[in-house]
Design a protein around this ligand. Sequence first.
Ligand code: AQP
Length: 330
Amino acid sequence: MKIFSGIQPTGAKHLGNYSGGFRQYAATQEQGDAFFCIVDLHSVTVPHDPEDLRTRTLDLAALMFATGLDPERSTVFVQSHVTAHAEAAWLLGCVATIGELRRMTQFKDKAGTRESVSVGLFTYPVLMAGDILLYQTDIVPIGDDQRQHLELSRDIAERFNSRFGKTFTVPRGVYPEAGARIMDLQEPGNKMSTTGGNPQGTIYLLDPPEAVRKKVKTAVTDSGREVVHDTNEKAGISNLIEIMTVATGESITEVESRYESAGYGQFKSDVGDAVVELLAPIQARYHELRDDSAELERMLTHGATKAREASAPTLEKMYERMGFTRPKGE
Ligand code: AQP
C-alpha cells in the first residue's frame, strides 16, 4: 500500500496538526510504502519571509522525526527538491476547472480577508492533487479540513484516467476517528489553526508546560457540569474530550465514563497534564534533532532522492499519455 501526506512549513505547528497530521503519519508508516512531504511550494501562496521559510522547513523536518517518523522506513522530503511536483501541477491544471477551484471553501476563507490574493492560493489544490497522485497513493492521512481538497484530487485523477487512459490510483482520505478537527480552545466554533486562530486558544507543540496548562484551564466551556461529548450543545467540552483521546489513546466513551462525576475543573486540569505528558518527549527529541541542521539536511537529501525515483515513472506516464514528445536517451 502507498501512503502520502503533506504538511506546510508555515507558522508554529499546533495540536490540530498533531492530531490530523503527525500522529497519523507515524501510525500509517507501519502499513506500507509511505511518503511524507514538507510542502514548501504551498507555503509561498501567501506573503512570506524567505529567511523564515528556510528555518521553518528544518523546524518541521525535526518535528516530523520527533513525532515518530523513521527516515529509513518512510520517505520524508521537501516538495521543492522534487521538480516533478511543479510539473505535475501544470499538467493537472489543464485538467481541473476554474469552477471546481472556485468551490474550495478554504480558498474562500483565506482569500476573503486579503486585499491581494495570489494565483497560487487559488490553484494550490491542483498542486496538492499532483503531490498525491505522483506516488500512486492509496491512502492520504489528513485532518477533516482537507476533505474537500482530497475529493478534488480524486475527481482530477478520475477525469485524467478517463480522458487519457488509466494513469493514477484514485486515493482515499484517512481521517482520525476522534480529533479529525481539533477546535480553538477560545473559539470552539472554529478549528485550531496556524493563520486564523486565537493564539490563546491554540496549543503549539513547542509550548512550555505552564502555557499548555493555562490554555486548557482557560478553555471556553458551557455552564453545565457533565463531561459528555455533544458537539452541538457542548462544543468546548467535546473538543477537550477529543484532545484527551489524542493525548491518551482512550476512546471518547472511556473518557466520558472516567469523568462521569468529576466536574469541569478536575477534567480540565487532567487534560492539561495529559497534553504536557504527550508533548514532553516530542519536545526533547525535537530539540536534539534541531541542534544538528547538517544531519537534518542529510536526511532530507536522502528523502528527495527516494521521492524523485518514486515519482518519475508517473510523471513520465502523464507526459506520454497527454501526447508530449519526450527527449531520447535520457
Ligand atoms: N484543527 C485541526 N484538527 C485536525 N487536523 C488539522 N490539521 C490542520 N488543522 C487541524 C491537519 O494538519 C495537517 C497539516 O496541515 P497544513 O499543512 O495545512 O498545516 P497548517 O497550515 O499548519 O495547518 P492549519 O492550521 O490548517 O493552517 P491554516 O488554518 O492556516 O490553513 C493536515 O492534514 C491538516 O488536515
